[in-house]
Write a protein that binds this ligand. Sequence first.
Ligand code: FES
Length: 325
Amino acid sequence: MTATTLETTVHPAVAGGLVLEVTNVSIQTPSITSITFGDPLGEALPPYVPGSHLVVQYGAGANAYSLTGSGSAPFEYTISVLRVEGSAGGSLAMHGLAVGDRVHVSRPRSAFAPAANAKHHLLIAAGIGITPVLSHARFAAEWGAAASLIYCYRPGEGAHVAEARELLGEGLTECHNRGSFQEVLTEKLTTQKLGTHLYVCGPAAFMDSVLEQARDLGWPKGLLHSEAFGAADLDEGQPFAVNLARSGIRLEVPAGVSLLDTLEKAGKTIPNMCRKGICGECVLPVLRGTPHHRDLYLSDQEKAENTTMMCCVSRSLDEELELDL
Ligand code: FES
């Protein structure tokens, strides 16, 4: 590995953040590597809520990665990154980091926090989706909270498996194929005690399926939590329409085209920087309809309120949204 030089131009998504040094790099699987960052002087780092993410700058870009620690009194931040060949999302740059490299990072941000009043935390992860869920599992073990995890991964491609076993013991169920996962999921979704909250992270289709099944079985929306990957991994989504209330314009947003692109094409100037759902610049006020939030900027509560949305990555759960624009 070659040393990475600290960028002199700070990306807007990490402005006001920290300069940290890579203190450890460890191989989790042939395609997943963990990178640990620390303060160059060994000082304590800002604590964070379980399930938080860190935006890391690479070259002129920046991307968000889930933190795997519990967040309590940290002296280090660790992320685990899946290598995606040909990706423009930064995974190759993260895999190229070496001990001693310095990078600009944001302060940790939370968008997937555990519910304080949960009687039990049912964690569900697929593949690299284990990272924020592991943070929840560590937090639960530290604070004596009840938690269990269904972890779906291909044999030989499971990251953090040993830690998950140690943290959760019999509370961990490992699945290696769709059939066994579905069997376990159905059983878990139908046998949870009242007050259980569900948290899911993995590929979009996996999360959609889990959430849909939970809703079909009567789980209230407020008990369901999901964490999308960075925008580089988002699917193209469904088409929808937007009514711009102040402009009196109706626009169609096709699948695979962002709302931001659609608005710009219609001549609207929308402030934006990262176009990945991480900087918060492209926020728009929502008057009617339910956005499909896919950003990593709004908090869980802000997402639940559905009064704002990040138009670079978020879409609509309804056929139509009305925006104050
Ligand atoms: S442009 Fe950064 S969140 Fe949309």
